[in-house]
Ligand binder design. Structure first.
Ligand SMILES: Nc1ncnc2c1ncn2[C@@H]1O[C@H](COP(=O)(O)OP(=O)(O)O)[C@@H](O)[C@H]1O
Ligand SMILES: [Mg+2]
Length: 266
């Protein structure tokens, strides 16, 4: 069974400028009201147990795609499923199969790390989860922060908690949206060791990152997004071989600067 299945997915945003307080502004640039197609007919399948990379420049549509998979936003067209559960019509089952580490730091400053993780467990109906919570804390180097308030943690520590939160319900599929953006070397190493281990234990990983060295080392297959469309999708080895260049960064730049990457790869 596929872990993540995406079929002809499109997402059109209607400008934020037409809602909220901005609508009271006397002048609006006409262009700001144009609907914007952030995802354009995206289809791919990630098999169970894969370590899959979703790469693309800022604004390519990676976070939009992840929001659709997490059921946080509705597709304009197309469908997606997690472990066979449709993200729209079987939201609860799909959401339970998925752990998402969001790109933005979101947290409640009034809870401790342990409380945060217990609340997240409760959200999935899991009680007495402390053995697993302790194991996650240990593996993310957070054991000594268990009783610290979230607001007292550094940015890197908060990010570790976001990773921990995504794992409390032992989801078979884990999606990480730029988990290492702006974090120190130590956390990156800790994180990759842990995520690689989870992958070896059978978890499916979908990763977005701008650190192409990391992607090259970790991902078995890679999809590249540009302007909301998939412009390359292959095993990491085959992408490197077909596009040429020294490494994945070279291949990435070549693909992004090509007018017809799919033709280049054909
Ligand atoms: N809520 C929104 N309303 C309008 N436009 C949005 C919204 N979210 C994202 N976008 C636009 O969609 C495009 C893709 O954004 P995003 O999915 O965040 O890209 P990425 O994660 O690859 O950097 C960007 O041009 C962004 O400005
Ligand atoms: Mg993003």
């Amino acid at each position: 069974m596929s872990a993540v299945h995406v079929q002809h997915l499109s997402k059109v945003y209607h400008s934020a400028h037409s809602t909220g307080w901005r609508r009271f502004l006397p002048s609006r640039a006409p262009a700001a009201r144009e609907p914007f197609r952030a995802l354009n007919d995206v289809s791919f399948t990630v098999q169970e147990g894969e370590f899959f990379g979703l790469l693309g420049p800022n604004g390519a549509g990676k976070t939009t795609l992840i929001s659709l998979l997490a059921g946080l936003s509705r597709p304009t067209q197309g469908a997606a499923s997690i472990c066979g559960f449709d993200v729209a019509t079987q939201y609860k089952e799909a959401r339970r199969s998925l752990g998402v580490v969001p790109q933005e730091l979101v947290y409640d400053p009034f809870f401790t790390v342990r409380e945060t993780l217990r609340i997240q467990s409760g959200y999935f109906g899991i009680h007495r989860n402390d053995d697993w919570i302790d194991e996650i804390l240990f593996n993310l180097g957070l054991s000594d922060k268990a009783d610290a308030n979230m607001r007292a943690l550094s940015g890197g520590m908060k990010r570790r908690v976001l990773v921990a939160q995504a794992l409390v319900h032992r989801p078979p599929v884990i999606i990480l949206d730029e988990p290492t953006a702006g974090v120190d070397v130590d956390l990156r190493r800790t994180l990759w060791e842990f995520i690689s281990r989870l992958n070896k234990e059978g978890h499916t990983i979908l990763l977005t990152t701008h650190y192409l060295e990391e992607a090259e080392a970790l991902c078995g297959r890679i999809a590249m997004l540009k302007g909301g469309r998939i412009v390359a999708l292959d095993t990491t080895q085959s992408l490197l071989a077909r596009v040429g260049g020294n490494d994945l960064e070279d291949a990435f730049v070549r693909i992004m600067h090509s007018d017809n990457a799919l033709e280049m790869l054909a």
